[in-house]
Structure formats: C-alpha cells, structure tokens
Ligand binder design. Structure first.
Ligand SMILES: C[S@@+](CC[C@H](N)C(=O)[O-])C[C@H]1O[C@@H](n2cnc3c(N)ncnc32)[C@H](O)[C@@H]1O
Length: 464
C-alpha cells in the first residue's frame, strides 16, 4: 500500500471558518484537525481537494502556547466542542479575528474598529438545549474494532462529523448542566434493559429516534422524546419511568415521527406530563418557550447579546421598531418598553403564538407578531400597514437573509439597522448588498458558544 504523504514541520498559522486549524505548504492550504495556531507539527495528508489538503497531526515539534488539556473524554471524536484544546482567551481572539476578517473580505465596505468580543462567564454547561440521536450503528473506536468482541451497537448521543449514519454514544457531555447527563443515561439504560429498539437509519426501522433536553435558568426542564411509530405501552412505560426518576422534569413530551428525517415542525407534540412549555426570565421579563420554539441556546449570554442589540437600536420611546426573525419575540419584548411599537415577524407559527403570549405575560401592549416567510412578508404594503420603521432589528438563521429581504431593507431605509448574526460569513455577504444604502457604525462580537468556533456578531448600520 502506498504510504500517504507526510509534511514535516508545518506551522499552524490560523483557523478556518469551520474551526479547523490551517497551515500553508508550497502555496497550498492544509486544514489540520485538532491543531492550534502556533503548533509546529508533522502532518500526514489524509485528503486532497483541488485547492487544499486535509492533514492529521502525527508528531509535535512545538506545541502552541495557546494549548490546554481538553477536559472531555469524547474530545477528538465528537463534533461538539472542537476547540477545547485551545485556551479560552485565545478562542476569543480567534473569534474576534474571524469576524473582522469576514466583514472586511466579504463585506467589502469601510468598517469601524471592532469592539472587543464579549466572552461568556460560563465556558462549560452553558447550553439550555441539547438534542441526542438514538442509533443501532454506534461509532466504534479503533480499539473496539481490533478487539473484535461482541459489543452493543446501540448509541444515544451525537452525530459523528460528516457521518450522518454513525452516532457517538455519549457518557458525559459538558454542554448542559445536571440532570441532563443523568436523564440521557437513564433513558438509554431503560431502553436497553427493556429491549426497546434504537433507530436504524438505513433500514428506517426501530422505535427510539431522538431525545431533546431543554433547561432554563428558572429551573424548568423539558424533555421531548421522538419515536418512529406509536407504541403506547412501550412509550408510556418509558415516560412514566422518566417522570418517576426525575421529578425535576416539568414538561415531558413525545412526538410520533414516521418521516425519514428528524424535524418535527410539521408534527403534533403530545404532552405526557406537565404544562408543555418552559419559562425563561430576563430583566424581570418572563418568556414562555414551547417545544418548537427557538430560544438562544446560551441563556446567560443571550442577555448580554440582547443588551447590545437594544443599546445599538437605542429606542427612546417614540420609535417604530421591526424585529425580523423574532422567534418567540424575545428581542421584540425586550425593547418594547422603550419603543412606541414593535412588529415581530417569524416563520414558525407556534413561535408567534408564544411571542404574543410573552407580551401578555409581561403586560406589554405595544407589540404585534406576524407569522410567515420573511421574503413574502416584508414589502411596501407591510410598511404601509404597520408604519415606517425607525429601527429594524434582524436576527436571521445561519443562512443569513434572503436576497429579497436585503433588497427590501434597502428600499425601506430605516434610520438604523441592527443586524444580529450567528454566521459572520453570511452577515458579511448581506453587508455587501446593504452597504450602498447603509454604513457600519459599530460591530460587537459576542461569544455564545465557548469551546467551539462559532461566534455571534451584532452590527449597527445607519442610513448613509
Ligand atoms: C437566530 S433565530 C432568532 C430568534 C430570535 N431573534 C431570538 O433571539 O430568540 C432565527 C429565527 O428565524 C426564523 N426563520 C428562519 N427562516 C425564516 C424565514 N424564511 N422567514 C421568517 N423566519 C425565519 C427561525 O424560526 C428562528 O426563530
């Protein structure tokens, strides 16, 4: 067999947009898994594309001063926290650089100096939502394969990166606090003891599909179990077991999902126990969150993010504000007290129902929430009906805004546009289209996802 090429003494000089470390050799980019900028390493080439190579570290000559020991037993295999080997201060620096680089390179417009990134007070157990997948195709380690023992192939955990059909069984996850790990382990132990079947993605068979755990700073705890078919005796025995073992669970829900994929926006959610919602609190405001509703996954940092958005929006009491991609209306309700009125738009109907309830819960009477696809909603008639906005806050998903929406913002011409984004690349792409009409006056990166390469960024644009 031909030995794969080894590149010696490669210096890792940066990180890529998807978090891999990067070096250069003979004018070619090499993406290296688990490297850290400052490492000098020998790298075995494990993949080749036209414009770049993929490498794995086989020997260290020098370790980066930014390195630290990863604390998770699943590090290196799990796709979750790929930056655990980099000290948190250095992670923040790379995120700040990443935002600056994207906005400058793709945004192609003049930028002010970026404000220093707001780091997260909690760097572990910071997520309020985790989603685990059941599978009968557990990812096996090299040792397990070599030992050739009879092993259970059942798994309840996370997808192996780029392997949609393989699931890493998780023993302890550092992303969500107690009793998240205990619940997952208890579900798996019960399912194995009672011989419930774990989903087989290829054959499309097996009962158990997916487990979602949502927590809140109020102590509320929601567990959602997705199954492939309706087996009431098995379901109710498993859910009763969970309810009895974890009195902390305030909402226990299940979904019967006979589809090929795990998305459940179009399926009914059944309540086995509790109210069917959890509540989050912020600055004395209470937010109701349903099983289908988006809520920022790091609740404590979400407050920091919303404060930045509100400060950038700068409402004084007289403004008409649009909150685009409003989710459960959190930003809309957060700024409502300081605005004349706020109109929130979002595609998920159930989130809009929650947004309205959230206004009611907090005695906020100057909000209007509307459901629909943004590109079909925001138009001249909308503006005529709801009033010309002084400020538009927009917080789209990772894909950024549809071009039609960006063009509409250019036509509507609010005095201020606050753009909250979880993907600096698509934010920069949209910025290029916005820049003939708006200029960037402030940029504030916020770290919502420690131990990962992900970064949130808030940008204030003003009409030129
Ligand atoms: C990043 S979240 C922002 C949510 C909210 N601003 C918050 O902070 O909780 C993006 C939201 O956009 C919604 N969304 C995605 N695509 C959409 C579309 N085409 N039209 C309207 N809303 C959409 C999602 O359902 C999600 O609630």
């Amino acid at each position: 067999m031909k030995a794969s090429k080894v590149i010696e003494k490669l210096e890792i000089t940066g990180v890529s947009s998807d978090g891999k470390s990067v070096g250069r050799h003979e004018n070619r980019v090499i993406f290296v898994a688990n490297g850290a900028p400052g490492d000098i390493v020998d790298v075995r080439i494990v993949g080749k594309q036209k414009k770049f190579l993929l490498g794995e570290i086989i020997h260290f000559h020098e370790k980066s001063a930014d390195r630290t020991d990863p604390f998770c037993e699943h590090f290196g295999t799990c796709g979750g926290c790929k930056w655990q080997h980099i000290q948190y201060d250095a992670q923040l620096k790379h995120k700040q650089d990443h935002v600056a680089h994207n906005l400058a390179k793709i945004g192609k417009t003049a930028l002010p100096d970026l404000l220093p990134i707001k780091g997260s007070a909690q760097t572990t157990y910071y997520r309020n939502k985790l989603e685990y997948t059941f599978s009968n195709m557990r990812w096996l380690t090299r040792e397990e394969i070599e030992d050739n023992d009879e092993l259970s192939r059942n798994a309840l955990g996370f997808h192996i990166p780029r392997r949609f059909d393989k699931i890493l069984d998780i023993n302890h996850c550092w992303l969500q606090g107690d009793p998240s790990n205990e619940i997952r382990l208890a579900v798996k132990a019960y399912a194995e003891k009672n011989e419930l079947t774990f989903f087989d993605l290829k054959k499309q068979e097996g009962l158990l599909r997916n487990l979602i755990i949502r927590t809140s700073t109020t102590g509320d705890l929601m567990v959602i179990l997705q199954v492939f078919y309706d087996d009431q005796p098995a379901l109710s025995a498993l859910l009763s077991h969970l309810k009895d073992s974890f009195p902390e669970i305030t909402s226990l829900l299940y979904i019967i999902n006979p589809k090929q994929n795990e998305t459940f926006f179009d399926l009914p959610v059944h309540t086995f126990h509790g109210e069917g919602f959890i509540y989050e609190e912020m600055e004395g405001l209470r937010f109701r969150i349903g099983p289908k509703s988006f809520y920022q996954t790091n609740s404590i940092q979400a407050y920091e993010l919303y404060k930045v958005a509100r400060e950038f929006a700068g409402p004084t009491g007289d403004e008409v504000v649009y909150d685009l991609y409003t989710g459960t209306g959190t930003i809309a309700n957060f700024v409502a007290k300081k605005a004349k009125k706020v109109i929130g738009v979002e595609s998920v109907e159930e989130a809009i129902v929650d947004a309205r309830i959230n206004s009611e819960l907090n005695n906020i009477t100057n909000t209007t929430f509307l459901a629909g696809d943004m590109k079909d909603m925001i138009n001249a008639d909308f503006v005529k009906k709801h009033g010309h906005p002084d400020v538009i806050i927009t917080d789209p998903p990772r894909a950024g805004m549809h071009q039609k929406v960006v063009e509409m913002l250019n036509e509507i011409k609010p005095k201020k546009l606050v753009y909250v984004s979880c993907n600096p690349a698509t934010q920069a792409r949209d910025l290029e289209l916005l820049s003939p009409v708006f200029e960037v006056v402030a940029v504030q990166p916020v770290d919502m996802f420690p131990q990962t390469h992900h970064v949130e960024n808030v940008m204030l644009l003003k009409l030129r």
